[in-house]
Design a protein around this ligand. Structure first.
Ligand code: ATP
Length: 536
């Protein structure tokens, strides 16, 4: 132990040094009277950045939260400001470095993602931002809690909800000192000097996950901490210039999508924690890992994630998407096919087409309907063809063109394309864009006089709890239901029956823990497309 530090503080006897940083050091310490063992965080009271003083203010709000350490006691004695908190295990940083592996195992990264999203959700729900997300601030528990990740170091944290008014902190462009860390702080905060909010904690997490799957780590972390302003400026420039596609080439799509999502969040927007936790769970299940978020490290059979060297392949989906947009544009709609439902919109289209009125000029009761039709004009198809579409964009595009399908054959094409996008995507989660496609397909199939309840219910905590108990049973029930739907759709007698099956399909996927699209789910969509083609 450094002679600089005392042997005893308050009633605590200091032992081994667990770590030290810019703001102080942390020791294993034992209570003189009751032998309780804690982690004791010591800081010089004169320190220019009195993080212990800030940190103790956040503990009461975080107490009892999963993955949050407990503050047992704190005080100031002599030159020392001290906090006695739960003794935990090593940080992810030290675990990763000690392993000597060039990247972490995908399974471990998925569990870090799920658990850290939960930690951030908890903090944010209690009105607090972390603002210093990094590997050194994520530690595992001591046995038997070594599969749980704990959040530590709230020295840079901040309340973003005013406890008196309940209002979110406001944005402004004033110059401010940078709060965060060089490696993972978001581009907005680090490079553009913006005020950190929830989105920036999430972006830091996204960067941390990508770092763990990149041999040698993110490029700007490789030269160590910048020692001069010029080096820091270079680092910021490199970080700002790295696009999600550059950073995530060869990784499962979800990493790029997650980073993009975080960067698109608005200043005060609440991230969709549940959605992303579910999507990482899907990736884990899809990669053959157990359906839970336990952090296992080191793995018995570690497989450092190896990125394929070739450029990211997206061609097949893209070609298909181009195909369907072209097909939709090329459809002249002159044949009297079965018009779906009885929507005024669809009738207008077919009538207009029969009269030879160009689509763009057809009249619509609702100007929004007209907008929908113009979507399939040649010029827009051109735009779509030039675009490199992610899974989310492809699904959004399908949801957008679905209302233009005026007969079963067109709808069949869309459903087929939908199945193919899901099938070829690495992540098998049915995202909200996927549910939007299902909703749109359902709307086309169903009687328009029926009120359509959005199929993707927002799952509240109590819903989740109700479902949580018989998890194995629920999974089996989902598999059975999807199997039955896949089989029965082939003999459905009417569009209305198909609409009902689509609703059941959506509900079934929504109820599953990870909203996973299984083989039977994709099979159902293909059979639905076949059935639509076969229907008169
Ligand atoms: N409760 C704990 N139990 C065990 N080890 C801990 C605990 N808290 C922190 N550590 C270890 O000490 C290191 C530094 O902790 P922490 O980040 O809280 O201190 P800090 O002085 O704020 O550091 P920095 O200045 O680098 O942010 C951690 O990376 C971790 O390895």
């Amino acid at each position: 132990m450094s002679p600089h530090y005392p042997q005893r503080v308050g009633n605590w006897w200091l032992g081994e040094c667990l770590g030290s940083g810019y703001s102080g050091a942390i020791f294993k310490a034992t209570h003189l009277h009751n032998q309780q063992v804690v982690a004791l965080k010591l800081q010089d009271v004169e320190h220019e950045c009195p993080t212990n003083r800030y940190e103790r203010g956040f503990y009461p709000t975080l107490q009892g939260g999963e993955g949050m350490p407990t503050l047992y006691a704190s005080g100031v004695e002599g030159d020392w400001d001290w906090l006695a908190i739960s003794l935990l295990g090593p940080s992810l940083d030290s675990l990763y470095r000690k392993s000597g592996m060039s990247t972490m195992d995908l399974r471990s990264v998925c569990s870090i993602a799920m658990q850290m999203i939960s930690r951030l959700e908890l903090m944010h729900n209690r009105g607090i931002l972390h603002r210093d997300i990094q590997l050194g601030n994520c530690v595992i528990g001591l046995p038997p809690h070594e599969k749980k990740i704990y959040m530590i170091d709230f020295g840079f944290s901040k309340r973003y909800i005013d406890s008196a008014t309940g209002r979110h902190l406001e944005d402004n462009n004033k110059k401010r000192d940078f709060i965060g860390n060089y490696w993972f702080s978001s581009v907005n905060v680090h490079c553009r000097g913006r005020i950190p909010t929830r989105r920036d904690d999430m972006e830091a997490l996204a960067l941390m996950l990508i770092h763990l799957l990149t041999p040698g780590g993110l490029s700007w972390t490789r030269n160590g901490v910048p020692k001069t302003d010029a080096a820091h400026t270079r680092l910021k420039r490199e970080k700002a210039a790295a696009t999600p596609a550059d950073l995530c080439g060869g990784l499962p799509d979800i990493f790029e999508e997650f980073l993009r999502y975080c960067r698109r969040l608005k200043f005060a927007e609440c991230p969709d924690y549940e959605e992303w936790r579910a999507r990482f769970m899907d990736l884990a299940v899809d990669s053959g890992f157990p359906e839970d978020d336990a952090f296992v490290w080191p793995l018995k059979d570690p497989k450092p994630y190896v990125r394929p060297t070739a450029a990211k392949p997206k061609p097949s989906n893209q070609r298909n998407m181009e195909g369907i947009l072209k097909d939709l544009a090329d459809m002249h709609l002159t044949e009297a096919r079965q018009v779906l439902g009885e929507r005024a919109n669809a009738n207008n289209v077919s009538r207009a087409v029969q009269r030879g009125v160009p689509l763009k000029k057809a009249r619509f009761k609702n100007p929004e309907d007209a907008k929908g039709i113009v979507v399939i004009s040649d010029s827009e198809v051109g735009t779509a063809l030039n675009a490199r579409l992610t899974k989310a964009e492809q699904l959004a595009e399908l949801a957008r063109v679905t209302p233009n399908a005026v007969d079963n054959a067109m709808l069949a094409q869309i459903v087929r394309q939908f199945a193919e996008v899901l099938e070829t995507s690495k992540s098998k989660a049915l995202t909200k864009e996927g549910f939007a496609v299902l909703d749109a397909v359902h709307r086309q199939l169903a009687d328009p006089s029926v009120f359509i309840v959005p199929m993707r219910t927002s799952r509240t905590r109590s819903d989740t709890q109700q479902e949580a108990a018989p998890e194995g049973d629920a999974r089996r029930a989902k598999m059975d239901k999807l199997f039955a739907l896949r089989r029965d759709v082939a003999t459905a007698k009417s569009n209305r029956m198909l609409a009902k099956m689509v609703t059941e399909f959506g509900a079934c996927i929504d109820k599953s823990r990870g909203r996973t699209v299984t083989k039977d789910a994709v099979g159902f969509l293909h059979n639905l497309a076949d059935r639509l083609n076969a229907m008169p």
